[in-house]
Unconditional design. Structure first.
Length: 456
């Protein structure tokens, strides 16, 4: 049987495993990094990502974590002549609440001590100066958040929004990247530095001095011995932990998106990634509602649904496509190769998104045939914070539970795993993102009882 030695074996070639391998490799202290995956790199959950990033969270730890990741993505953008297509038109979070107290409290909490300085108010009739997101260039975009309640600003710069919307939080350090391009940039560098990708599934891991990782593939079985192991197996992170005799507090929740060509030009191409925060009852016709209500499997579609429906122009100003998403599923399931698509999802998300952007109603019952309906698992902890750091087995690290934020957080995750692996100093927030946080009962109680876990 073929055997090879690596400094580090990374299980999983999604964006998270690739980012771990990249930061380990560029540290020059682990030049031979082997990534193992039965699938093509970036083809599982990472291929379903909306590829959006933001530094808006209801807790400062997550804000600092994603800010750190964005710093690293910006560094790659500079190095690569923006090969990752990083843009920064922001996130526009819309609500019909004129005094969204909870939301604003979370905003201040999320930005911590800097909060006050980062938040610009545009109150009703105030006539304050607001910098619209006319350019996608991340280097010229402002930082902080604009809290917009001035009707004139809302009408001028968010003209497609429901007129009942009375507050928009425009998060400015936010936008999108091409995760595929970032993965490809990193893979190129990993290979240049002596790393490689091995096609196969990790079926056993033994710790006898170094690690012995058994890999199975159609071509041949092989063993990879390694000094360190990184578990970046996405939805299967729990399964790979079991190979080490460990259990991780993770679950998988399937989420879906659609993308289609906006042939009717319903959405302005300069619109930021827009999120309707308010819950709603989906806009069905009376007849549709009756049919749904009569079906015990579908009657939930006639009842109150949560908020956080998103819509974004895809492909820049000269593109034509739109992406819509709504992470309303909350039921965990075992990850399966056959993804559990909900056939009615496209029409549901369209109806939901039309509440914020009524121009989308033009597609009711007639979504284009050239539509892509895709999805993947949000692999997550109950508190929706990731697991990045040492596992119980010495020399093994986990980089997982990245839920709906793994593309934006992959760089920070990779950099933190490299720091853990080499015992380097780490930012203060790092300790809250690893398994050690479960020893802090007060923190866990607070996280599990908080009003929002930042799921979008
Ligand atoms: C619908 C949807 C929208 C999203 N939108 C966004 C967004 O806008 N922004 C954002 O930042 N994030 C978003 N995410 C989240 C993001 O896509 C994920 O967090 C991220 O892709 C996870 O990457 P990963 O590398 O951990 O997992 P994956 O991409 O799933 O990669 C894991 C890899 O591990 C491999 N593997 C598993 N078991 C084994 C084994 N035994 N041996 C070898 N290999 C193994 C798998 O084959 C797979 O290739 C979204 C996710 C979904 C589902």
């Amino acid at each position: 049987m073929k055997t090879q030695h690596a400094d580090v074996a990374v299980v999983g070639a999604g964006i998270v495993g690739i980012a771990c391998a990249y930061y380990l490799a560029i540290s020059k202290r682990a030049p031979k990094v082997v990534i193992i995956d039965p699938l093509a790199p970036m083809s599982l959950t990472s291929a379903a990502s909306g590829e959006n990033y933001r530094n808006w969270w209801p807790h400062q730890v997550m804000t600092e974590f994603t800010d750190f990741s964005t710093d690293l993505m910006e560094e790659i953008s500079r190095q690569s002549n923006n090969q990752l297509h990083m843009t920064r038109r922001g996130y526009a979070l819309a609500t019909r609440l004129a005094d969204p107290d909870t939301l604003l409290r979370q905003l201040y909490e999320g930005y911590g001590a800097d909060g006050g300085a980062k938040i610009r108010w545009h109150k009703k009739g105030s006539g304050t100066k607001y910098q619209p997101a006319l350019s996608a260039d991340w280097q010229s975009a402002p930082d902080g958040v604009d809290v917009i309640q001035d009707r004139a600003i809302l009408d001028s710069y968010f003209p497609s929004f429901d007129k009942e919307v009375s507050t928009v939080l425009h998060i400015r350090r936010a936008g999108d990247i091409s995760g595929q391009q970032m993965g490809s940039f990193m893979l190129h560098k990993i290979r240049e530095l002596g790393g490689s990708v091995v096609q196969g599934k990790v079926v056993a891991i033994q710790r006898t001095g170094s690690f012995s990782v058994a890999v199975e593939s159609e071509a041949a079985a092989q063993t990879i011995t390694a000094d360190l192991v990184v578990n970046a197996a996405g939805p299967y992170v729990g399964h790979v932990a079991e190979l080490l005799g460990e259990k991780l507090p993770v679950q998988n929740v399937f989420q879906q998106k659609i993308a289609f060509e906006d042939a009717q030009k319903a959405i302005n191409r300069q619109m930021p990634f827009s999120i309707d925060l308010d819950g709603q009852v989906v806009d069905w016709s009376e007849q549709e509602r009756e049919v749904l209500a009569e079906d015990p499997d579908l009657d939930w579609l006639t009842k109150a649904m949560p908020g956080a429906i998103h819509c974004r122009p895809e492909g820049g100003e000269h593109g034509k496509w739109l992406k819509l998403g709504w992470a309303f599923n909350t039921t965990p399931s075992e990850p399966s190769e056959t993804l559990p698509f909900f056939p009615n999802f496209p029409e549901i998300v369209l109806r939901g998104a039309s509440r914020l952007n009524p121009s989308l109603k033009v597609y009711y019952g007639r979504l284009p045939a050239r539509m892509s309906h895709y999805g993947g698992y949000y692999t997550m902890t109950k508190e929706n914070w990731p697991l990045i750091g040492p596992m119980a087995t010495s020399g093994a690290f986990v980089a997982g539970a990245l839920s709906g934020f793994g593309t934006m957080a992959s760089c920070a995750t990779g950099a933190l795993v490299a720091k853990w692996a080499f015992g380097d100093s780490r930012p203060e927030f790092t300790k809250f993102l690893c398994l050690y946080r479960y020893q802090d009962e007060t923190l866990m109680k607070a996280l599990l009882s908080s009003e929002s876990t930042g799921i979008l």
